[in-house]
Design a protein around this ligand. Sequence first.
Ligand code: DGP
Length: 142
Amino acid sequence: MTALYDDNNIFAKILRGEIPSAKVFENEDVLVFMDVMPQTTGHCLVIPKIASRNLLDADPATLGKLMPIVQTVAKAAKEAFDADGISIMQFNEAAGGQSVFHLHFHVMPRFDGVALKPHSGTMEKPEILAENAEKLKKALAA
Ligand code: DGP
């Protein structure tokens, strides 16, 4: 049986402004913000504003609005953090590694020879997240 969207998830709360986040970009369909437990410097998340649990229930039209932003943010993140590459990750259901049940794409700057930190590991300091959000905003504006 397919699980339903629960609007008490943490990203729905971020979208409603009920909890803070280090925002990078926003339009009427998409929000980009820093991952609070980054696996790499500059790790951010791209989410649709519309309620979608994950890739499995998302309307293709939602993906159509999201994916160009994933690409733009990936390019900007490579510049902003002088990265050697970018990993895009996306998990579906607990068995697929998902822990927050609102569709999101991870954008992770990668550096030669540097392994990713653990998934959902250590919380980053708010000031570092804010600093990295600013770097990414600047690269997006360039
Ligand atoms: P996953 O659902 O497994 O793709 O991972 C969820 C990601 O969301 C994980 O990298 C940690 C991050 N995360 C969890 N809670 C919060 C939060 O309250 N704020 C932010 N910015 N990120 C969060």
